[in-house]
Write a protein that binds this ligand. Structure first.
Ligand code: HEM
Length: 210
């Protein structure tokens, strides 16, 4: 990306895109929770609204661009950091100054990317290309399959872990002082992660059992 020259600018772009995606996930979760309550009518009305509202139609390609940018930047920065880190230290104890989640952001991120491809194939593609009479039924029927329910819940756990570090890391990239704000940011990141991971998992598990 030639407009984002330094690696700090690239990290800022990555962080900004990540925060936009968190916002999308909250909207997406709110809409999906209507599957459970109030139920079918509300969900079908939401789908109808999403399919016809001009603002949503404008936002959809932007959302895909932001996803693509976030994934591209994350892989680019990971590969450049790896090549810079190629000098091995005699004593290397990463566990002493970084968490497991922070060291594995690329792997939880790639798991979410894999999930996203499957997810678009499961829902987005049929919604856009087929003449579906019952959207509600299509969405919930996926979770009657234990393999899908397991893969989805696993991806939501990965999403929770990814965000628990990603949220605070984004604000540190923007220069928010570590000494003063670390604790509130960690708490905020954990709350956001739990709401999203538990909220999405609840939908999958609820329809698996009901
Ligand atoms: C139980 C959890 C979930 C359910 C039931 C669900 C359901 C759906 C449905 C029905 C659509 C098609 C909407 C339409 O085209 O009108 C969709 C689209 C999409 N979903 Fe999900 N979703 C879930 C979780 C997630 C998660 C965790 C992510 C991201 C990591 C995600 C990302 C997307 C994206 C990017 C689209 C395409 C854009 C859009 O149509 O809004 N979804 N989802």
């Amino acid at each position: 990306m030639s407009i984002l020259k330094s690696s700090v600018e690239k990290k800022m772009g990555l962080a900004l895109a990540g925060l936009f995606l968190v916002f999308f996930l909250f909207v997406h979760l709110a809409i999906n929770l209507t599957l459970i309550y109030p139920g079918k009518e509300a969900f079908d009305a939401a789908v109808e609204f999403m399919a016809t509202n001009p603002f949503i139609q404008l936002m959809q390609p932007i959302l895909f661009l932001v996803f693509a940018f976030h994934i591209y930047m994350a892989i680019y920065l990971e590969l450049t950091n790896r090549s810079k880190r190629s000098v091995k230290y005699v004593k290397n104890n990463p566990g002493a100054n970084s968490s497991w989640v922070s060291r594995n952001m690329i792997w939880t991120g790639l798991m979410i990317f894999g999930f996203l491809l499957l997810h678009l194939y499961n829902y987005f593609l049929p919604f856009k290309t087929q003449n579906i009479s019952d959207h509600y039924e299509l969405v919930i029927s996926l979770f009657k399959n234990p393999v899908y329910t397991f893969i989805y819940v696993l991806a939501f756990v990965a999403l929770g872990l990814h965000l628990s570090h990603g949220f605070q890391s984004a604000f540190q990239t923007f220069g928010v002082p570590r000494e003063k704000c670390n604790r509130p940011l960690v708490i905020c990141g954990n709350i956001i992660s739990i709401i999203l991971a538990v909220g999405f998992s609840a939908i999958a598990i609820y329809f698996y059992f009901n």
